[in-house]
Design a protein around this ligand. Structure first.
Ligand SMILES: Nc1nc2c(c(=O)[nH]1)N[C@H]1C(S)=C(S)[C@@H](COP(=O)(O)OP(=O)(O)OC[C@H]3O[C@@H](n4cnc5c(=O)[nH]c(N)nc54)[C@H](O)[C@@H]3O)O[C@H]1N2
Ligand SMILES: Nc1nc2c(c(=O)[nH]1)N[C@H]1C(S)=C(S)[C@@H](COP(=O)(O)OP(=O)(O)OC[C@H]3O[C@@H](n4cnc5c(=O)[nH]c(N)nc54)[C@H](O)[C@@H]3O)O[C@H]1N2
Ligand SMILES: [Mo]
Length: 757
């Protein structure tokens, strides 16, 4: 459908061939997807390229895609795709199923849901959604609301903990600078855009800024590509960023490098913060972080003197430490007291709104008006304190914490979840302590799953539904505000769904109709729902689907000039209308467990097991272990069956400094047993000089095999290759504000002599 100026396209060769615009399946909901053009020859998806019209890619005009994007056809036609509904035939976890019809599958689920509500109350049903997956955040939430349960189970590990800590400290979660060329210092603190959004433009924006004279500090345990370009790399010990941030505050305050005017006018409790951080000297932080005190001073002086600066806070800090809220608060305070909030090139408080919203996506979630009051009280395991949820500050409505909610099944406290929708998420790999999670899944009354694969958790389901990929439906609208205006796009169907698979959207509609909720769910008609969403835009569904370029740019009015220093508005929800150096927004209020109280100051806690935190463990467990989330050759724990991708990372890898490896008699490529106080898993050692000799890093999620390459999947329990099997999952240690769980521990390693598959 798309005509190119130069050369002959496949569509010119044969009128039956097509080039169809749509969006990529990779990189998850946490990042806007890349616009793509799919080449279809004789009804088969054969090739893919970036859509040069799409503003979410690298930039208009770009046709490149990342490795995952390029393997779209292999991903879509994966031999292990689920294609038919099934019911369990063996014991839970055994993996024996028989094929059934869609009617039987949906009727069984509807019957169980109704029975459950009648016997135990609606709140005993929960929906897993570790990240904000579009169908779950909308239809998943709507279904819960209509059913009457508040239990939307969010991971406490993905994005919202960082957002909430920013909100509680500086009143807003910043967006990237509107003009990177104005930024004079970029601090990448635990972000990984080289992997998590390699095609989305940020790596290029950063490289361009460096070329035009910006300085850069990279704070990550491994030397990644952007770290190699940075002026200063701080290889922080995983989970100790809080100590680093406090020491930086100490130097900026003691050396008078802060913006006295801004502090005077817009910061509350600065003197208390200044007094508190006296204990957090660079030498104190060196002991915790492993970074020499002089290097901490150097970085602090850069942050105190080079303006404007932008600190990017990634998923590596704040989301997955037990003291995540304090860490993010301390980092926000660095930006605040140096006068870098809402200034050109600094932490921007948002783009000005251009006209009214174009589509009604929020309405499809049908967020219950009453949610902040009565539903919050029924949450099985509030992810954040109830008072915070009742204020309506959760961006996606009330949530329970994923892991704690699963544990209610075993403890019965405050009541057990009994029915679970475990779609679009693998609880054996997404959260901690897979052994306990498996016990919980076994104890459920009923679990249903819609997945594109027979993932490892599917073995515990009573009913399994085959979901199709995003290349096989046209049920989702994409929208994004960019400087040029607002663009609107829709997923297009590249081929008909494989086997009997259906889109996640349609699955929800079909189930809703079986439940008797047709009126609330467009009577099962997805197009009707899409039309309702599109109504304010004035663009019809047909126009959008048939748009030759797949993208509409809608300019409601010329983009207004950026606005800055909107402090009265940005700090409006904070006590005294000011940045919380001494945090009265949180301090003294109930924590999420309802037992303890929250702190006023960003207190350092550190990892549950660490070199400085638990020295008594070092004799037995001398090394620090953590992991990286986004990887360019996989998406979370899946896409590892895709041959082109698996070739690039065939085995569960463990990055180890060669000096450390040699000390323990481990050669490059050896299988190693990695044992923490909580369990053991096996990985293949990969020598990597860009990591401290005391730290090991891996990636979670290896259940998926790749038959074409003869490579197996590995289980999540002792002896398998799941890193989440090794971490401390003591709920009492989780972050008291947002339930974050640590992904750091201490381990010992030894070579495995026997050959491994
Ligand atoms: N290719 C790909 N892209 C993805 C995803 C994917 O699975 N694959 N997932 C999507 C999702 S759900 C998310 S949440 C985003 C995440 O997007 P990002 O936040 O950009 O990605 P992460 O890999 O989580 O980044 C964490 C970085 O912090 C480092 N790190 C780990 N521990 C620590 C620590 O203790 N301190 C510090 N300072 N750094 C640490 C890691 O080495 C890594 O480089 O990516 C999204 N995009
Ligand atoms: N140790 C450790 N744990 C982590 C993280 C970490 O960095 N370290 N990161 C955390 C973060 S940020 C996140 S977001 C979570 C992610 O956690 P999850 O989202 O649960 O990730 P997966 O385990 O990959 O599970 C995704 C499931 O969805 C299925 N799937 C893929 N596409 C579709 C689709 O279109 N429809 C349906 N129905 N199913 C589909 C896949 O086959 C797979 O079974 O993990 C968290 N857990
Ligand atoms: Mo995530």
């Amino acid at each position: 459908m798309t005509q190119k100026d130069e050369g002959t396209t496949i569509a010119d060769l044969n009128p039956n061939n097509k080039i169809i615009p749509t969006f990529c399946h990779g990189c998850g909901a946490a990042k806007p997807k890349c616009g793509i053009l799919c080449h279809v020859v004789a009804g088969k998806f054969v090739r893919v390229e970036g859509n040069p019209e799409a503003f979410n890619n690298w930039g208009a005009g770009c046709t490149s895609l990342c490795a995952k994007g390029n393997t779209g056809p292999q991903f879509l036609y994966a031999p292990k795709r689920l294609q038919y509904p099934m019911k369990r035939a063996g014991d839970k976890g055994e993996g024996r199923f028989t094929r059934i019809s869609w009617d039987e599958a949906l009727e069984t689920i509807a019957y169980k849901l109704k029975e459950n509500k009648r016997k135990y109350g609606a709140e005993s049903f929960g929906v897993l959604s570790p990240e904000i997956w579009p169908v779950l955040d909308t239809f998943g939430r709507r279904f819960l609301n209509v059913y009457g349960s508040p239990n939307y189970l969010h991971s406490a590990l993905c994005a919202t903990p960082r957002m909430a800590a920013c909100k509680a400290t500086i009143g807003f979660r910043s967006i990237a600078p509107d003009d990177w060329s104005k930024t004079k210092l970029i601090v990448n603190w635990g972000g990984n855009c080289e992997n998590s959004g390699i095609n989305l433009g940020q790596p290029n924006d950063i490289l361009n800024a460096l070329e035009t004279g910006s300085k850069m500090i990279d704070i990550r345990p491994m030397l990644d590509p952007l770290g190699a370009k940075a002026d200063v790399w701080l290889p922080v010990r995983p989970g100790t960023d809080g100590a680093l941030a406090l020491a930086i505050l100490n130097i900026i305050i003691n050396e008078n490098l802060y913006d006295a005017d801004f502090v005077e006018k817009w910061c509350y409790g600065f003197d208390k913060l200044a007094a508190y951080v006296q204990r957090n000297t660079p030498e104190w932080a060196e002991n915790k972080t492993g970074i020499p005190a002089d290097k901490i001073r150097l970085a602090a002086r850069m942050m105190g003197t080079i303006k404007p600066s932008f600190i990017k806070i990634g998923n590596g800090v704040g989301d997955q430490t037990n003291d995540g809220t304090a860490v993010v608060s301390a980092i926000c305070l660095i930006s605040a007291i140096t006068g870098n909030l809402d200034v050109p090139g600094g932490l921007l408080g948002g783009l000005p709104q251009v006209g009214a919203p174009l589509i009604k996506t929020n309405q499809i979630a049908k967020l219950n008006e009453k949610a902040p009051t009565d539903l919050v009280d029924k949450l099985v395991a509030p992810e954040t304190p109830k008072w915070y949820q009742k204020m309506g500050f959760m961006p996606h409505g009330p949530t329970s914490a994923y892991y704690k909610a699963l544990m209610s099944i075993l403890s019965g406290k405050p009541y057990p979840l009994r029915v679970l929708n475990a779609s679009c998420s693998n609880p054996l790999s997404a959260t901690r302590n897979p052994r306990r999670v498996a016990e919980a899944l076994k104890k459920l009354d009923f679990m249903f799953v819609a997945d594109i694969y027979h993932a490892s958790h599917v073995d515990y389901a009573d009913i399994v539904l085959p979901a199709c990929t995003s290349y096989e439906h046209s049920d989702q609208i994409c929208i994004k505000n960019v400087k040029e205006g607002t663009w609107l796009g829709i997923y297009n169907k590249i081929i008909e769904p494989l086997g009997e698979s259906r889109s996640d959207w349609q699955i929800y509609l079909d189930l809703a109709v079986k439940m008797g909720y047709g009126e609330d769910f467009w009577n099962g008609n997805m197009d009707a729902c899409l039309r309702e969403q599109l109504a304010p835009s004035g663009i019809s569904l047909e126009e959008l689907r048939n748009s030759p370029k797949g993208i509409f740019i809608k300019r409601t009015q010329p983009a207004p000039a950026p606005q800055y220093q909107r402090y009265t508005q940005l700090f409006k929800d904070l006590p005294h209308g000011k940045v919380q150096c001494y945090n009265e927004f949180l301090g003294g209020k109930d924590s999420c467990d309802g037992v303890s109280k929250l702190n006023y100051l960003p207190v350092y806690q550190g990892p549950p097991e660490g070199i400085a935190e638990t020295p008594e463990l070092l004799k037995e467990y001398p090394l620090v272990l953590s992991d990286v989330h986004a990887h360019r050759y996989s998406h979370h724990s899946f896409m590892q069956d895709v041959p082109y991708l698996r070739e690039q990372q065939p085995y569960p890898w463990l990055k180890i400094n060669p000096a450390a490896a040699k000390k323990y008699g481990i050669a490059d490529g050896d299988w190693v047993r990695v044992e923490s106080p909580h369990g053991w898993s096996k990985f293949k050692a990969e020598y990597f000089a860009g990591i401290s000799p005391e730290v090991l890093m891996t990636k979670r999620g290896w259940w998926q095999g790749c038959d074409e390459l003869g490579l197996p999947g590995y289980n999540e329990f002792d002896g398998g290759s799941e890193v989440n099997n090794l971490y401390n999952a003591n709920e009492k240690l989780f972050d008291k504000f947002h339930s974050q769980m640590a992904k750091q521990t201490l381990v010992k390693i030894s070579k495995i002599e026997e050959a491994q598959p």
